[in-house]
Design a protein. Structure first.
Length: 255
């Protein structure tokens, strides 16, 4: 199975400040296990702006484009370093791929990205990690084409990679029956309609952009290409290993 795993910025933030390196190490161990079991794994990771915020000592997410870009330029190397350190014991190299939504609108860049990805997957010892290129995006892209905490980007990457499954890790059990995140867990969604969207709450914390609505929109995009989606709690033990099960934990969106 070819998996695209998306990790949101709220999961990557440690309570004491900095990145949640212990959690990253656990994910790295699970990814290595999935690969040994014969699965192919790609990662879409938020967290660059959040890492930059924490390095700068900023508690509130900046609203101006220059400040966000500054956070991204500071945070992206810290993010990749954390992944590289966590993956090194498993002899897996980090392969960073930064994209803007306009890159995916260009047929030439799209095909070049697919060719690069194909080569990386053949190497067997690399983990492609995608993120939005916040450092180079400009205002028009941010306003019109932003991926929204990489939820939409993860769906595009899943389509690009011809993935079998998209796993969206979040800090919630999955889609809940009430808009405020309470109620019962909705374990299966076959169609994303107005009733399902009404169950989704608003955007996440001050340090992140995406909410359950953006995850459902990403799921709908992936579903349109025949890709099943799992929305689940990234803090749970063995969450990635369980994501390949026939009935994974969280909310299953698809056939």
């Amino acid at each position: 199975m070819r998996l695209v795993i998306k990790i949101g910025s709220s999961l990557l933030a440690a309570k004491a400040g900095g990145l949640a390196e212990t959690r990253i190490r656990l994910w790295a161990k699970e990814i290595a296990g999935l690969r040994r079991a014969g699965h192919e794994v790609l990662l879409v990771s938020s967290g660059a702006i959040r890492a930059g915020m924490q390095a700068l000592g900023w508690r509130k997410r900046p609203t101006s484009r220059p400040e966000m870009q500054a956070c991204a330029t500071i945070g992206q190397p810290l993010l990749m370093k954390a992944y590289g350190t966590a993956l090194a014991p498993h002899r897996i190299l980090v392969a960073q791929i930064l994209l803007t939504s306009w890159d995916l609108d260009s047929r030439k860049i799209y095909e070049n990205t697919r060719a690069t990805l194909h080569t990386l997957m053949k190497l067997k010892n690399t983990l492609p990690i995608f993120n939005e290129n916040d450092a180079l995006s400009f205002e028009e892209i941010a306003l019109l084409n932003a991926f929204g905490d990489n939820d939409k980007l993860s769906a595009h990457v899943a389509i690009l990679a011809r993935a079998d499954r998209l796993v969206i890790l979040t800090d919630a059990p999955g889609l809940m029956s009430q808009p405020d995140g309470t109620g019962s867990l909705i374990r299966r969604v076959k169609k994303i309609d107005s009733k399902i969207l009404a169950c989704a709450g608003g955007a996440g914390s001050a340090g992140s952009v995406g909410g359950m609505v953006s995850k459902l929109e990403a799921a709908r995009l992936a579903m349109s290409r025949g890709i099943d989606v799992v929305i689940t709690d990234g803090r749970k033990e063995k969450v990635l290993r369980k994501s390949v099960d026939r009935t994974p934990s969280g909310t299953w969106v698809g056939r």
